[in-house]
Write a protein that binds this ligand. Structure first.
Ligand SMILES: Cc1ncc(C[n+]2csc(CCOP(=O)(O)OP(=O)(O)O)c2C)c(N)n1
Ligand SMILES: [Mg+2]
Length: 609
């Protein structure tokens, strides 16, 4: 056997660069790195040596570097991913939140935090959190519950099994998620004689599990006996590349489709069978179809509470639930009849079984009524006497967008409003991180999207609160010369949570900056801040000016940040559905007691559902 003598870190990097996807592209598009002790000497030296084959990107915060990597994987339909390496201690724990985000969203991410010395010689090292009772624990054990595979590399040759396992998990459609290889710093630097064949290029094909014949028969029978089925399209439709197949399936059998946040854009917004967004942030059209449905066919959805209206959207007492999902965990949820397989394979098999069966045409007027109700909200206001609304901002961005635009967001007012109002023309035109809905995903996520699809026009919608939580990768976008657009809606606080607080009977407290304990009023100049980070930035005073600014963007400008002040109170009144947010059982506030009464009524209704 031919061997090659390398350090463990050198071997890891060489291996990472040799892993391919089924299109022959490197599965990992590079690595984000912030060095410190625990990765600079070992991994850093190895990355430098391989820099021609495996690119290293430098960011400003470990969490947001992960956000960029995760967005890259999401926009790539999980066909490609990125890695992130950190120093030990705080550098590593900064990535835990992002690991959870990738875990919830079932997205591949390779985390390589440095770890303490395996030989324990210099214990305790700088940043080592000592566990008084367990010598095998370091802070990196925090990754265990939020990764799909965790390994601690305490000997070089462990990489021979750990690395293939990591790639198996990231490329397995059912198990897909973040992986953590916690790399002890002394081990990184240790040499070993590696079999040369370990570094041969390897193709990781994403498996397409076919439906089980018994499950397929059971689900077919249910569909055949249904009168009003509805398809709930989730993120799995995109990851399986099943959007076109779903569209043809819906058309062939005349089944209406509704979309979760992750599923949105599966069908074009104006397709006759796309009844729009479902659930808490859904359209009246979609929620009405779901209320009537006697069979709900979830395709690639986790059935999160926003999708199901905390399980009150599907109101027909006779409704049955089918879950077509590649992960058995999701396929079995809530007593669903499972069809545990790849979305594309499952849809193909179902359509062969259904033959020429069609269902009653859904009521097209529901869609007309929906757009008649909400389209005026996104129109430019006639006057500039009042602050613009977030809905009007969406309208302006939509008017400035083309078929190549990808709109993205994660937390705040915008996800709900975009789910309702954004008109996505094609799959992938809508990128929403609403599994973890993590404030601070936005700007870094936009970087990942732009890296995945450099020719797309990427528009990041971000509230002032999310901007303040994590914005430093704006400087990275400027440094990388990435043309992306950031629209900051400055309503001077956590507007959506303020409305939720009011909605649950609470006093306006600690959400808007003015309602928070302060000595001096907060006045943040977002445009000046963004300009200081190297972006082209301006503050606009009206919707017309916003449209104008968006229309005048030019290629090669790097990031453009447009800031607009908006009214924190309005949200789209139409559509939407109940969301279970527990209201206090006792309170001195009459408003809370009133909301509690309404809440209890909803809970009773759900119990009957
Ligand atoms: C990391 C994180 N912390 C807290 C929350 C809870 N949260 C959701 S939205 C929000 C406020 C967002 O404010 P902003 O970005 O200004 O959006 P707005 O609703 O004001 O438009 C908060 C605190 C979250 N989703 N993520
Ligand atoms: Mg805000």
């Amino acid at each position: 056997m031919t061997t090659i003598r390398l350090t463990a870190a050198q071997a890891m990097v060489k291996y990472l660069a040799a892993q391919l996807n089924e299109d022959g592209e490197p599965f990992l598009a590079g690595i984000w790195a912030i060095f410190g002790h625990g990765n600079v000497a070992g991994i850093g030296e190895a990355l430098h040596a391989e820099r021609a084959h495996f690119r290293t990107y430098r960011g400003h915060n470990e969490q947001t570097m992960c956000h960029a990597a995760i967005a890259y994987a999401k926009q790539s339909g999980r066909k490609r991913a990125m890695s992130v390496t950190s120093s030990i201690g705080p550098g590593a724990t900064n990535m835990v939140t992002a690991a959870a985000l990738a875990h919830v969203n079932r997205l591949p991410l390779l985390l390589i935090p440095g770890d303490i010395f395996a030989n324990r010689g210099p214990d305790p090292v700088l940043q080592q959190v000592e566990d008084f009772e367990d010598g095998t624990v370091s802070v990196n054990d925090c990754f265990r519950p939020v990764t799909r595979y965790f390994d601690r590399i305490t000997r070089p040759e462990q990489l021979l099994t750990a690395l293939p396992r990591a790639f198996r998990v990231m490329t397995d459609p059912a198990e897909c998620g973040p992986v953590c290889l916690s790399f002890c710093q002394d081990v990184q630097a240790e040499a070993y004689d590696w079999p040369e064949r370990f570094f041969a290029p390897k193709v990781w094909r994403i498996r397409r599990p076919q439906p089980d014949p018994v499950e397929l028969d059971a689900v077919t029978e249910m569909l055949k006996s249904a009168r009003r089925p509805v398809i709930v399209a989730g993120g799995g439709v995109h990851y399986s590349g099943a959007a076109q197949a779903l569209r043809r399936f819906a058309e062939a059998h005349r089944i209406p489709v509704v979309e979760s946040q992750a599923g949105k854009s599966a069908l074009p917004w104006d397709h006759a069978l796309n009844f729009g967004p479902v659930g808490v942030t859904g359209a009246t059209s979609a929620n009405a179809i779901c209320a009537e449905a006697d069979l709900v066919l979830g395709v690639g959805t986790r059935f999160q509470d926003f999708t199901t209206g905390s399980w009150t959207v599907f109101q027909n007492p006779a409704r049955r639930l089918v879950s077509l999902n590649v992960a058995a965990y999701d396929a079995m949820k809530h007593g669903a009849e499972p069809l545990c397989c790849d979305a594309l394979a499952g849809i193909g098999a179902l359509t062969r079984k259904l033959g020429d069966q069609t269902f009653a045409a859904p009521d097209a007027s529901l869609k007309e009524e929906w757009f008649a109700a909400v389209d005026p909200l996104t129109a430019a206001p006639k006057t500039t006497d009042t602050l613009p609304t977030d809905q009007q901002v969406i309208g302006a961005v939509q008017r400035a967008s083309g078929p190549d635009t990808v709109v993205m967001c994660a937390a705040g007012t915008m996800p709900g409003e975009l789910h309702k109002l954004w008109k996505a023309p094609r799959p992938g035109a809508y990128h929403m991180e609403y599994g973890f809905s993590c404030m601070g995903y936005e700007i870094a996520g936009a970087i990942g999207i732009k890296m995945a699809e450099p020719r797309r026009d990427v528009v990041c919608m971000v509230g002032d609160g999310s901007y303040m939580m994590a914005n430093s990768e704006l400087a990275t976008a400027a440094m990388l010369g990435l043309d992306l657009t950031v629209v900051v809606t400055d309503n001077r606080g956590y507007g959506c949570i303020n409305r939720l607080q009011i909605g649950t009977g609470g006093a306006e407290f600690n959400n808007m900056l003015d309602h928070s304990h302060h000595v001096n009023p907060s006045r943040i100049d977002f445009a000046a801040h963004a300009a200081a980070m190297g972006a082209q930035a301006l503050h606009v005073g009206s919707i017309r000016e916003l449209e104008d600014a968006l229309a005048h963007r030019e290629a090669g400008q790097g990031p453009v940040v447009v800031v607009i002040d908006t009214d924190p109170y309005p949200s789209t009144p139409d559509g939407g559905h109940w969301w279970d947010v527990a209201v206090p059982e006792v309170s001195e506030r009459a408003e809370v007691r009133e909301k509690r009464e309404a809440y209890e009524a909803q809970i009773r209704d759900r119990a009957l559902n």
